[in-house]
Design a protein around this ligand. Sequence first.
Ligand code: S3P
Length: 433
Amino acid sequence: MELRIKPIRSLRGSVNVPGDKSISHRALMLGAIADGVTTLENFLEGEDCLATLACFRKLGVDIEGPQSGRVIVRGRGLHGLLEPSAVLDAKNSGTTMRLLLGILSGQPFFSVLTGDESLRRRPMGRVVRPLRSMGARIIGRRGGELAPLAVQGGRLQPVEFNSPVPSAQVKSAVLLAGLYAPGETSVTEPVQSRDHTERMLAHFGAEVRRSGLTVSVTGEPSLKGTYIRVPGDISSAAFLMVAACIVPDAAVKISGVGLNPTRTGVLEVLQAMGAGIEVTLSNTSGEPYGDITVYASELRGFEIGGELIPRLIDEVPVLTVAAAYASGKSVIRDAGELKYKESNRLATMTAELSRLGAEVEELPDGLIIRGGKRLRGTRLKSHGDHRVAMALAVAGLAADGETVISDAGAVNVSYPGFAETFRQLRERQPLWK
Ligand code: S3P
């Protein structure tokens, strides 16, 4: 599939974005190993979360839906999963593979996990090592660094794991394995990453404690099925936010978006760039959410690094687009993790934005963007990466001439309906529905 983008003058209206990807995965996983029924609403029907759903069906879980975002999971209890007779396919989804490895490590059966070409290139040693230290037997290519991976699960011991990387997937894999270990399992991170797993474990009834950068869970909990309405994904909303900033006549309201503070770095950066943004928080317990309104704005360059990076890690591609349309220089540092995403995002964003005429320099751990150059539409590649495809599509909205993005079917990984949402907003709905 190709995405063809013509520059637009106006972007106005009120929209919802699909459900949060990280929360949708976790809700399915915990629902599957809880006792009783879990009902999900606004579940993200993107390919990544559908991969998780298919894996749990192969593990014997009865799952109804998704139907208009509604999913009913009949949990099998902590020890009720069944040995899958076929290979589990995480497709493009790092969250599926890494979190599932944690759960599978604690099962008294054998399983094999694989993924698509991109996922089979991504580092798995970061989860395999701590899981082995808990007693899991995992083998795979390059000593367990790369999928396919085979897991002979069994009894686990709790660990106190000091994670060398600020990764929610690593933290979550260890915490989920910790559910199968008697006693307390803890993970200490170098910098706090998204905390959806911790919040959701508590919501299902597990004992979870946080002290600074350390989070602990008590093993063998009794998890109870529950109701979860998944908030809109702020990572998907970020594409609309940057689009609204750079299109000349724009006012876009995005309703019901997750505003978990471990995910809201993008709002802080856009505000520091001078963007007109209003945020109204409507729920503060569990997973906070609210509405975000963004207006066309004159943007200035920014400098980011350190502990802010994990709070906006998935928004860096679209922030580089904002930087290209801003005045002055922007610098992104401490973002070496971007090399290990669905594509090497430092390299792919540098290559594709440069093709549009932006001035981008790749650093070992970040990017420098000298903004304010006129961008000219051309043929671009998504590199099979959903967020690269969508960031480039946003760049095309304010470039001269037509931008064509090849292999853009990747957007369905996290944002089915992406192009349709922009079509609606371009057709000038009244601001408030
Ligand atoms: C995710 C964690 C992040 C993020 C990914 C989703 C999660 O990855 O980039 O899109 O749901 O836990 P890392 O844990 O590799 O940083």
